[in-house]
Ligand binder design. Structure first.
Ligand SMILES: NC(=O)c1ccc[n+]([C@@H]2O[C@H](COP(=O)([O-])OP(=O)(O)OC[C@H]3O[C@@H](n4cnc5c(N)ncnc54)[C@H](O)[C@@H]3O)[C@@H](O)[C@H]2O)c1
Length: 434
């Protein structure tokens, strides 16, 4: 594929000018790549047809290259919901039976976290290509096993980290790598909600099946459900992996209502080898600040969620008194301090900021059942393309692998009240996206 072709198709995504070497997994959106697979179909089986499974189905029904031939869920109402979209599909309540179906080429796994690794491994062993929802696994060991087994078997494996395919993130990362915000000196992530994170349960014996997210037997809570998306921003922007993590988690509010045992309040600090910190904070009993993902540079800031670029204002010029008067006129005195004649007021930047691209779709993160136009559709298309060509795109799995490992490591740091580093045995080859 030549560069011109790539750029012309990225132009349709609002990405004219991005460099393929930084985003090798986007290769499938080139006209030539699309043409090469035109008319081909992938026979898909879906395991887990709850909220995310249905979200994917709503995209798949619009994709001529997808033919859903099998559906599996061990909760009948969810299976029936999905079957309405594909009345011809074979229905299963046991995923192992679906994997025996030789007609199925690729599977999409959208089940609770604790099932991701066992199902992914079984599917790859059964000869299927796999798209598994994030996070990749419930333990550090399982994630490594999945990573190594995929390599040994030569299967296609995608994890549901859609920010890697979201045009506004791709554009922002290109700008960051070009030095638009200067040296990256901080990464801030937060995700606040104010809801109990519960799903309605039709009868009490289904509590743990439906509300699996709230119990540590099946879930790692906010770290694997939310943080794994945002942690990926750090390595993507920094071109390196964190060296250590510390964190604190607590259950302070929602446990008054129920018997959950995953934290409803978490904070983690990841430190990179060059000393830069990346923070993640999530509280689900106050939503005022919503969702934020910000890359802070010496010359400016990029807010990834709103796709805005802010420049840090130039240093104030002129005499101390002149600056002082100017600051009064601009009404920014609240955090000013005096320091003799060389005084220069330090205020937060006032520049209004500019959108980094046109027609940006912004999501609040408030919904727990999926957002539109956030890269999820492109991610699914790339998976189908990879199944047709049998080619795993470079680097995309490693980004997902480390997002999972650092989410799990932070959760461990919170539980052990320790500063942790990722053990050497969990390190897989990582080529920074720079
Ligand atoms: N990428 C994203 O932005 C995103 C968004 C939402 C959810 N997710 C992920 O998708 C996954 C599913 O989340 P969800 O919200 O759809 O949960 P859900 O509870 O709505 O759906 C899970 C489904 O799996 C089924 N299931 C459970 N055990 C099973 C088994 N042994 N065999 C077959 N089916 C089984 C359940 O009956 C249910 O229908 C999670 O890992 C979640 O993190 C990702």
């Amino acid at each position: 594929m030549n560069r011109k072709e790539f750029l012309s198709d990225c132009g349709k995504m609002g990405l004219a000018g991005v460099t393929l070497s930084l985003f090798p997994w986007l290769e499938s959106c080139s006209p030539k790549a699309k043409l090469a697979v035109q008319g081909e179909k992938v026979r898909i089986g879906i395991i887990g047809t709850g909220s995310r499974g249905l979200f994917h189905i709503k995209h798949l029904v619009q994709m001529p290259q997808a033919e859903v031939v099998a559906l599996c869920d061990n909760y009948r109402p969810h299976l029936d919901n999905a079957a309405q979209y594909y009345p011809e599909a074979k229905l299963y309540d046991d995923y192992r039976r679906l994997l025996e179906n030789r007609d199925v080429q690729g599977v999409i796994i959208a089940t609770p976290l604790y099932l991701h690794a066992p199902m992914t491994l079984a599917a790859m062993e059964a000869g299927k290509e796999v798209f598994c929802e994030k996070s990749m696994a419930y333990t550090l060991d399982e994630a490594l096993e999945v990573y190594n087994r995929r390599k040994a078997l030569g299967r296609v494996l995608f994890i549901g980290q859609q920010r890697l395919f979201d045009p506004k993130y791709v554009k922002a990362m290109q700008m960051i790598h070009e030095g638009v915000i200067g040296e990256v000196v901080g990464v801030r992530n937060y995700w606040y909600r104010n809801n109990n994170w519960r799903r309605e349960v039709p009868s009490p014996e289904l509590e743990r099946h439906i509300n699996w997210r709230l119990y540590s037997e099946y879930s790692r809570g906010l770290m694997t459900e939310l943080a794994c998306h945002q942690l990926q921003n750090g390595s993507w922007a920094m071109g390196q992996l964190p060296e250590k993590v510390m964190g604190a988690g607590s259950l302070i509010h929602w446990n008054k209502e129920d018997k959950r045992d995953v934290y409803d309040t978490v904070s983690a600090i990841f430190t990179y080898p060059n000393g830069v910190n990346m923070t993640f904070e999530s509280i689900i009993s106050n939503k005022h600040f919503g969702m934020g993902e910000q890359i802070l540079g010496t010359k400016g800031t990029i807010d990834l969620v709103t796709a805005m670029h802010y420049t840090d204002e130039p240093a104030p010029k002129g005499s101390g008194m002149h600056q002082f008067i100017e600051q009064i006129e601009r009404g920014v005195m609240s955090n000013s301090v005096f320091a003799g004649t060389s005084w220069a007021a330090e205020s937060s930047a006032l520049a209004p900021g500019k959108p980094i691209m046109q027609d940006v779709k912004v999501v609040s993160g408030e919904s727990s059942v999926g957002a539109e136009a956030d890269g999820s559709k492109e991610l699914l298309e790339a998976f189908l393309h990879a199944v047709i060509t049998g080619k795993q795109p470079e680097k995309v799995l490693e980004e997902s692998y480390y997002a999972t490992q650092f989410a799990l490591l932070a959760d461990k740091a919170m539980h052990e009240n320790a500063i942790l580093t990722l053990d050497e045995k969990y390190k897989v080859p990582y080529e920074p996206l720079k």
